[in-house]
Design a protein around this ligand. Structure first.
Ligand SMILES: O=C(O)C1=C[C@@H](OP(=O)(O)O)[C@@H](O)[C@H](O)C1
Ligand SMILES: C=C(OP(=O)(O)O)C(=O)O
Length: 423
């Protein structure tokens, strides 16, 4: 196993960073491109592994009728392709990494079966791999789905909705988690001419053809969170992130507001944003991540780095992502004496026993659990502990392949080697 030793060389961070395109926007664009009868261009498509995989699967494997479709660790690819293949003639086996086979998919399979899909479980009931026979879905157009588990199931259904013989009349039961991702799906469909209505908990889409229109993918706001963290944990920082805009389809753009409470100012420029460190004072005591789950790890580590006790909520979906992210955070922050304790739906981050900022630290190994966000959320903490060894640096490729090179650009030393430290 490889690791990367990260060392701080300066307390002053200055630089200009070009983030990859959003993998969420990219993976939607690719599915919609495959559903559209006329060609169009996707500009600034993400270089994320999950996007490269999905593009390859759509344009090579599926186009040439290879039956085994392996999405690797890409959750959006697994969920979006389940719906896409259910309406694509052919017999498919849809599978992924070991972890993917532990990530639930029953709610989406049930919804598609209710529409008339032919999907069987090839392994454990409720989980991939899936055997899918693509066909016309014409049993009904009226279904419901629990909105509280993963918005990816809902986005998957919405994207195929205009191609169904009778469209889709979808009721979202209960709370709707990760709502901005559903809005992103509908907004991108609208860019391709698809109309919808969304009243209370009902989304309705009539049968219609996707119209060709070139799509531009915005840089990744989730990836920006690591730069917000570096800014918050530095003594002095002035970082430009090229291409990001205030009005974004990405819900994780809320990071700009959240980080005002951690002393980071965002200036919206013509061609990007500029982050500066303006204060050492932290004013956030309670943060809800229900609609922005992917930035929870980043902000948990920021709290640890700033020795700030805080309560998080809205973390339910973290347990079924690349790893159980709550458990992973508890383990890794625990190495620095920071605890996370659960009380109902709230999670208290307690830094009272923290060793960060208090003692000269030995290099600690951060385990990453096949989760890109564990690696990237912890790396900025090196500003407070001087050096850190991060397991499996390539893991960042899932959304941000050039993350370590970008860190080097602003003055960190990153050295890859065989894993050295043991905790
Ligand atoms: O639709 C998307 O692109 C995503 C939706 C979210 O998942 P959930 O809806 O499962 O929370 C998010 O965590 C994931 O990284 C990307
Ligand atoms: C949860 C994530 O991705 P996915 O669900 O698509 O694997 C993520 O990128 O944080």
């Amino acid at each position: 196993m490889n690791s990367i030793l990260v060392k701080k060389t300066t307390d002053v961070l200055k630089g200009e960073i070009i983030l990859p395109g959003s993998k969420s926007e990219s993976n939607r664009a690719l599915i919609m491109q495959a559903l559209c009868k006329q060609p169009f261009e996707i500009k600034n498509l993400s270089v994320a592994d999950d996007t490269v995989t999905l593009e390859h699967l759509l344009k090579t494997n599926i186009a040439s009728n290879n039956t085994e479709i392996n999405v690797g660790p890409a959750g959006t690819a697994m969920r979006f392709l389940t719906a896409f293949l259910a309406v694509t003639p052919g017999e498919w086996l849809l599978t992924g990494t070991h972890r993917m086979l532990e990530r639930p998919i029953k709610l989406l399979v049930d919804a598609l079966r209710n529409l008339g899909a032919d999907i069987e479980y090839a392994g454990n009931e409720g989980f991939p791999p899936l055997k899918i026979k693509g066909k016309d879905l014409n049993l009904t157009n009226k279904i419901s789905i629990d909105g509280g588990v993963s918005s990816q199931y809902i986005s998957a259904l919405l994207m195929i909705a205009p191609t169904l013989p009778n469209g889709l009349d979808l009721t979202l039961d209960g709370v709707v988690a990760s709502r901005p991702y559903i809005e992103m799906t509908l907004a991108m469909m609208a860019e391709l001419g698809i109309e919808h209505t969304w009243n209370d908990n009902n989304i309705s889409i009539k049968p219609q053809a996707y119209k060709s229109n070139d799509l531009f993918i915005e840089p990744d706001w989730s990836g920006s969170s690591y730069w917000y963290s570096l800014t918050a944990l530095s003594k002095v920082a002035d970082i430009k992130l090229t291409g990001l805009k205030g009005h974004s389809l990405q819900g994780d753009s809320v990071i700009a507001n959240i980080m005002e409470n951690f002393g980071v100012k965002t200036d919206f420029l013509k061609d990007g944003i500029r982050l500066t460190k303006v204060s050492d004072k932290v004013t956030a005591d309670f943060i809800d991540f229900e609609h922005c789950p992917d930035i929870a790890q980043t902000i948990a580590v920021i709290c640890a780095g700033l020795n700030h006790n805080c309560t998080f909520t809205g973390l339910e979906s973290l347990k079924i992502k690349e790893t159980d992210r709550v458990a992973a955070l508890q383990n890794e922050l625990g190495k620095y004496g920071v605890t996370i304790t659960q009380e109902g739906l709230n999670y208290h981050i307690d830094c009272s026993g923290s060793s960060i900022n208090k003692t000269v630290q030995d290099t600690i190994l951060i385990n990453t659990y096949h989760d890109h966000r564990m690696a990237m959320a912890f790396a900025p903490l090196v500003l407070k502990v001087n050096s850190m060894e991060v397991e499996d640096p390539k893991v960042t490729g899932k959304s941000y392949p050039h993350f370590w090179e970008d860190l080097e650009k602003v003055g960190f030393e990153c050295t890859q080697s065989e894993l050295k430290t043991t905790n």
